[in-house]
Design a protein around this ligand. Sequence first.
Ligand SMILES: [Zn+2]
Length: 213
Amino acid sequence: MWQKRLIIQSSAHSISSVDDIALSRIISTVHLSTPADDPVMPSSEGVHLSYLKLALEEARKCVPTPTAFCVGAVLTVGYPAEADPVVLATGYSRELPGNTHAEANALAKARALSSAERKGLLPALSPDTTIDDILAHADIYTTMEPCSVRTSGLAPCANAIVDARIRRCFIGVGEPDDFVKCEGAQRLRDAGVEVIWLKGLEQECLEVARTGR
Ligand SMILES: [Zn+2]
């Protein structure tokens, strides 16, 4: 079954042994002046940054609109926990019908995977493992802090991430107050999701997000 391992004081599951070493090193050297003291990873830490770059590619697929951001998200999971993570699903703003958001779309697309598709992605998966089980061991990378307020009445992405029991959320840039005040990172943290701010692509994430503005 899924194996869990503690990394320093974080509750994160390991992605791989190599990654554990890197993550331990990063967390032990985090800056203490970060938002709410969440860990900040320097951009040199390749594996996480590569997934954020993939999320940026998703964000660039958005049809720009002046009334919303262009955001991309990538869901990854490793099975068993020591295995290299694979991309479970990706998503971007308004990809699915309606005024949908990147993170919620990635989650919806992951849930829509057939059992054969899941097995193709994660060959070691046992047949009785549900998508909820898989998501509970997944990480999400998003170019912008998950939303905590939806003026459209749809559920905020932070809630969707919490409901899916995603273990870690890697964020490219905080959401500016262009539309609403975002408290997504705080909501995730309050619910026990580990929030990690990836360093180095903040400006790029913001520029892509504001493409239609
Ligand atoms: Zn959202």
